[in-house]
Design a binder for this molecule. Structure first.
Ligand code: URA
Length: 425
């Protein structure tokens, strides 16, 4: 069946519902270049403004899956479980989580991405480990899952190519934050990836795509339903992203903090979220286990070392360190009432930890180490954080981004609640 791109754009502009055939045609012809970028950008803006029905979102997701290959781990002889975070500041949870879950005989096929904008990317972080390789063939991935039980690697170009093209377009046309587009983008990749269980970590707050609990809940419900309709066991945790996770933000720095957690230490919010997500993945996979014990007795660390070595990395080698540092101090006595996730994320990005365009190189040593976190008492002149960058001239812009995000007062904020909700169907 053939359609006219302009007619479909007008239909969505006028709040119409696109038929299954129209969506299939649109995705197929956008992927092969018949529908132009400028037409698809008008369409994504119409979707952002006017939304899509659940049926349209499902059709869009299935069409994006059908644009590429679909992996299958049924021959593995092990249950599979994966986690996907909608992205946040200091969110390094995948790093300790994948080996931790693998300890219990549940295989974790984690296809990850790179950072864009203020949220970091798992692959950029792991590339701070000398020798580590992100690109694996499907056969290498399967064989590592069989031998080690966990793999974190780049999604190959064959997986949901329609999403790759569409995501790049949305990124430069102000159309990222649309629930139908986010849900279909994430779930097409996760369903095509072939995991049988999936836990979604949907972030809520200033540092996340979804700023309110209502919007995050809606996104979680749409994604859970898409996964269940495709036969996956799926649930979503809604977690706080109003202030950074942990005390280290940036590529080498986040690997360092993940290793602290794998060694049985590290900041309590990073440990708690890792444990919560691991327990949820095991529950969905139908496996029992004492997750905290595996962090404390070295089993998760052994698995991490195995996983890193399997991809050419040396887990004992020194990681890149930034050439310059700058200490930001507290301007007054009081309580750190607010340390805003978005301000810290943007500062870290400006220091060089993130990229502005897809082709930029990240600085592996750049980022921020927090010496005080939200809710802690501070004294005037006390170091609040250290900024790291290879270019000294980046400090000024990073400090500008921090200025509105640090509030010291005599009002203690309410205790941080990490888990804000759960969606299971
Ligand atoms: N992550 C994705 O993979 N896609 C989106 O649209 C947003 C976050």
């Amino acid at each position: 069946m053939s359609f006219d791109a302009v007619q479909l754009i007008v239909e969505k502009r006028e709040r119409g519902e696109l038929s299954t055939e129209a969506i299939n045609w649109l995705v197929e012809n956008y992927t092969n270049g018949v529908v132009a970028d400028y037409q698809m950008s008008a369409m994504t803006m119409a979707i952002l403004l006017n939304g899509m029905s659940r049926r349209e979102i499902k059709d869009l997701t299935m069409a994006m899956i059908a644009s590429g290959e679909r992996l299958d781990y049924s021959g593995l002889g092990m249950p599979t479980a994966d986690k996907h975070s909608t992205g946040g500041v200091g969110d390094k949870i995948t790093l300790p989580l994948a080996p931790l879950v693998a300890v219990f005989g549940v295989a974790v096929p984690q296809l990850s991405g790179r950072g864009l904008g203020h949220t970091g990317g798992t692959l950029d972080k792991l590339e701070a480990v000398p020798g580590w390789r992100a690109a694996l063939s499907n056969d290498e991935m399967f064989s590592q899952l069989q031998r080690v039980g966990a793999v974190i690697c780049a999604a190959g170009s064959g997986l949901a190519p329609a999403d790759k093209k569409l995501y790049a377009l949305r990124d430069v046309t102000g159309t990222v934050e649309a629930i139908p587009l986010i849900a279909s983008s994430i779930m097409s990749k996760k369903i095509a990836e072939g995991t049988s269980a999936l836990v979604l970590d949907v972030k809520v707050g200033s540092g996340a795509f979804m700023k309110t609990l209502d919007r995050a809940t809606e996104l979680a419900q749409v994604m859970v339903k898409l996964g269940q309709d495709a036969g996956l066991k799926v649930s979503a945790l809604l977690t706080d992203m109003s202030t950074p996770l942990g005390r280290k933000i940036g590529n080498s720095l986040e690997v360092e903090e993940s290793v602290e957690v794998l060694a049985g230490g590290g900041p309590s919010d990073v440990i708690d979220l890792t444990v919560m997500l691991a327990e949820e993945m095991l529950r969905l996979a139908g496996v029992e286990g004492d997750v905290r014990a595996a962090l404390n007795d070295g089993r998760a660390m052994d698995k991490w070392n195995e996983m890193i070595r399997a991809q050419g990395g040396d887990p004992t080698a020194a990681m890149p360190v930034a050439k310059h540092s700058h200490v930001v101090v507290a301007e007054s006595d009081g309580v750190l009432e607010q340390l805003d996730a978005l301000s810290v994320g943007v500062a870290s990005w400006r220091l060089g930890a993130g990229r502005a365009t897809k082709d930029d190189l990240v600085q592996l040593g750049a980022g921020i180490e927090l010496h005080a976190v939200q809710g802690e008492t501070v004294r005037a002149g006390q170091p609040l954080m250290t900024l790291f960058s290879d270019d000294e001239d980046r400090f000024t812009r990073a400090i500008e981004s921090l200025s509105g995000g640090i509030k010291i007062s005599n009002v203690a904020p309410t205790d941080r609640v990490l888990l804000l909700g759960r969606v299971t169907e």
